[in-house]
Design a protein. Sequence first.
Length: 318
Amino acid sequence: MPVNTWTQDIPGGPLKNHAISANLRHQAVNKTIFMEYVTTEPGFGRKKGDTLTIPRWSALTRKNNYRLTEGIPIPTQGISMSTQSVTVTEFGNGVEHTNLMEMLNSFDVGSNIQRKLIEQMRVGIDEAIGSVAQDGQIKYAPTGVATRNIATAGTFGATASANLNMYHLEEIHDYLKQTLRAEPFEDGRYVLITNVTGFRGITRDPDFKEWYAWARPEIKDRGFVDAVIENMRIRVTDNTNILGTVGTNSVLGEAVAFGRDALGMVEVMTPELLLEPNKGQDFGRSQAAAWYGVLEFFQVYVDSGNAGESRVVHIGSL
């Protein structure tokens, strides 16, 4: 297991031998977005086993007419129930360093390692959720500026040849609302998470410039934080490990769009930072820190493309 040491891991030159700046620079980390849209399943935790079974009621079949006739009993219909099982997993990673590295370094090695581990934990958890968000049955491929292919069996049906734009936002919103009947969030809006490429496809669309750039210029100003377009809240991630660029000549910025109660989590132990001051039982000569948690994420109707059940649209390409 790699151990950070003074002799092998500290670069030569000023850092080791001479006065240096008191300001230690940290490499930038990706923004985390997905976690805030995850619902934690209640009633599960320690001493409950490793698997939670989630019951799900199917939507009732809709009728064209619910009028009754006197003397004729109220008709009844059946309703089916399904289940989904989610098994928790251990998540974690750590860094070990020697006491000599701590004593001789001008910076607080332990504190800086802890900071980087917390950043890694946040990004790693976000990537796990982002992966789950792409596991559903509804696959949307922009096949042109104003054409699309929608597949409902978990596999893309076409190669994307266009980026996101206003037309595709409208189509995705209408599919969620009218076809899937997915429930929006409390503010009445759906959420679409994409990367920088996908967001630029929207803001460079002439239809966007014609209306939103004049009526709502703050979208261009705040777009990389939060923007509402076509009744969809647009969020932008800079983590291409979650949502990359796909399609012909990598034209499309991948995205996921979803409504309320689409993503869930079962949790036994919330991820947290753990410290081991005497790693290896070597009289305190080595120390270690790690983040660790026991949990798992899931898409509520990952196995269904049916109206009233499926709540996520994955925008991508073969």
